[in-house]
Each structure stands twice: as C-alpha cells, then as structure tokens.
Write a protein that binds this ligand. Structure first.
Ligand SMILES: [Zn+2]
Length: 376
C-alpha cells in the first residue's frame, strides 16, 4: 500500500526568535521579500531592524494588499524579481502567509506566524481569494515551507482568543486522523500538487497518526496553563507546548494523516450567518464534537473533549458559535455542503448521509448545552 508524509524542512520556535530571522535569510542570499500586513510589521519592527543589522541582510517590504488574490501574487512576484530577492518571508496571520506561499511556490520560503490560531503555516497549500474577499481556489505547491520560524514572545503577546482558537483547530486533528486511518482513506501528502484525483491512492503513515495523537495529549495536558500564560503575556513551557501542538503537530497531522468529518462540518457551518464572527478553530471545536457524536464515540471520550473545551473556553454548542435560532432547513443546508462528493466527510469509516449530519449536529448541541449547564 502506498503511504506518504510531508513536512516543512525546518521548524524553529523560541523567545524573541525573530531576532534570528537574518540567519535564515542568509542561507538563501542577501535579501528577502517581506509579505505582511503593516500592523504586524509594526509589532515586530524592532526585532526586524535588529536582525537586519546583525546579519547584514536586506528585508524589502512589499506593501501587501491584505488579500491573497491572483493579481496580488503576480505583483509580488514581479517585485521579487525587480528587487533581486533571494527568498520570501510570510509574516503574520493566514492571508499574508498564503500570499507568501503563492509567491514562493515551494522554494526558499520562510514563514513567521505571529499568532497560533490555525495549523496552516506548515502546509504546502494556500487559499486564493477574489478581490472581493470570497473563496477563489486552493493552490498546492511542490514543497512545504523551507523554514517555520516562531517567536513565542510575539505569540504570548497576541490576544488569547487566537491561541485558544488554534487549540480548537488542533483538537480535531487526532479524531480526523483516526477516522481517516480506520477507513484507509487518502491523504494529500502523496502527490506533488496535493491532488487526490491522479490514480495513485496514498494513505497516511503511522508516524503522522502518532503525531496527531501526541497533539491531542498535549492539548489536554497544557491547554489551560497555556491559556493562562497567554492571558498574562508570558512564555512558559505550557505555552511553548501548545504553540507546538497548534502549529507543528496539528499541521503535520492534518496534511499527512488526513481530515474527516469535523472540517467538512466546519465548512458547512460557515453557511450560517451567525457563525461568521467566529474563528476557524472555534467552529472546528464544535464540529469535532459533532464528529464524535456521528461516530458514536465512547461517552468517556466525549466527556473528555467537552471538559477540555469548556476549560479553555472553546464552543460546545450552536449558540457558542453565534447560532441561536436554527431551522431544520438551515441544518440541511449545512449538511449538504458538508457532504458534497469532494468533502473530507467521506473519509469517515462508514457512509454518512445528510440526515446523519443534521442529527449529529442536533445531538452534539444538546449534549454540549447540558454539559455547560451542569458545569456552571
Ligand atoms: Zn483547520
């Protein structure tokens, strides 16, 4: 059976690590194109100045528009050529990182996440948007980023909600990996462009499943401590462990061990207006609960997940993600999106119907609501 695993070439995290950014630029040459929102640059300007001077490198600011569109990628690529850039840096949150991936196309790419809100930084894919900010397409590159560089001091000083949301994204990793392994479903690590439709069925490795399990264990062990650390803007071993779980373990887990029902249900839930002000990982946390109900996971396991979510402040009910009134038709719409043929929900080890999804959402909502009542 064909198996595959994909990962970034190097992962480095530490306090004030951006001070060492110049060292990594130097591995490629003298100058780097910086793709970042101006606000994020401001937050780390002192460290950028320090590293430029210390390592004698040039960092060229690109005036990133804030949206990863085809036109913006073209403009940034042109700028990189004009300025003779030897490598690309994506610094900040999702869109700057995706734009940097799109410009670098898998070569000489340094990713510097300034929040730990999702597991996207390590992956070899990006999301393209239209100029209006709507979803355009997924892009896959020949390689994952060359360097993931994380400054834990910066993460500790970002709003706690980002870190907690990242824990929600990381929470689904093990359960989706487990389902994908049980069903021998394909993972997108096996092909250069991530496409699953070439005739080369590829399943995940034991390695990736093991990392996904470790991700879940680290969340349970250090989640609450890390949240409190972030509230106090301090770097502690617990915060460091959660940064690693949110970005590295969850990232390797989802790419190489696969996604299943939780992320598909998340995608369906985005059709409900009320959820729009909630972060990706917050919706994924509730969707994880829905997956566990869908697969009729043991009551102890569901309790463990509920306990974790409530202890760090992750959603466990529809009202927690802004859905206070919902009709059966609304939920059917969610289920239809979650069950389209390309969705990862079909990686579950049993057939899933739209009706099953609606019922699982309803029961998960009830279980979560009851649990919170008891806990308070
Ligand atoms: Zn995710």
């Amino acid at each position: 059976m064909r198996k595959a695993f994909i990962s970034p070439l190097k992962y480095v995290q530490g306090e004030n690590e951006i001070m060492n950014l110049g060292y990594f630029i130097k591995q490629y040459g003298k100058s780097a194109l910086l793709i970042a929102n101006p606000d994020d640059v401001k937050r780390v300007q002192d460290k950028l100045d320090h590293t430029k001077e210390k390592f004698g490198v040039t960092i060229i600011e690109s005036g990133f528009s804030g949206e990863n569109t085809r036109d913006e990628v073209k403009r940034l690529k042109q700028l990189a050529i004009e300025k003779n850039c030897d490598c690309t840096i994506g610094l900040g949150g999702g869109k700057a990182i995706d734009a940097a991936k799109s410009v670098a196309e898998g070569d000489a790419l340094i990713i510097v996440p300034t929040i730990a809100a999702t597991d996207a930084p390590t992956s070899h894919s990006a999301v393209l948007y239209t100029p209006e900010g709507a979803f355009d397409d997924y892009a896959y590159f020949k390689q994952s980023p060359s360097v993931i560089l994380i400054d834990t001091t910066v993460i500790a000083n970002a709003p706690t909600r980002f870190l907690v949301s990242g824990m929600g994204d990381a929470l689904s990793t093990y359960f989706e990996a487990r389902a994908t392994a049980l069903s021998y479903s394909q993972v997108n690590a096996g092909l250069p462009n991530g496409s699953k439709d070439m005739n080369l069925p590829t399943i995940g490795t034991n390695t990736a499943l093991g990392l996904a399990k470790l991700c879940y264990e680290m969340l349970l062990e250090d989640g609450v401590k890390a949240k409190l650390s972030c509230d106090s803007n301090i770097v502690t071993p617990a915060l460091e462990n959660i940064v690693e779980a949110n970005i590295l373990l969850s990232g390797l887990g989802f790419e190489s061990a696969g996604l299943a029902a939780a992320h598909a249900i998340h995608n369906g839930l985005t059709a409900l207006e009320g959820t729009h002000s909630y972060y990706h990982g917050e919706k994924v946390a509730f969707s994880t609960l829905v997956q566990l109900v869908l697969e009729n996971a043991p009551a102890d396991e569901i309790d463990e997940v509920l306990n974790f979510c409530v202890s760090v402040g992750l959603p466990v009910s529809l009202s927690d993600i802004g859905v206070t009134e919902v009709s059966k038709d609304d939920l059917m719409r969610v289920a239809q999106i979650a069950c389209i043929p390309e969705e990862s929900i079909h990686s579950m080890p049993f057939p899933v119907s739209e009706e099953d999804v609606v019922n699982a959402i309803l029961l998960a909502d009830q279980i979560g609501t009851e649990f919170k009542k008891k806990a308070s």
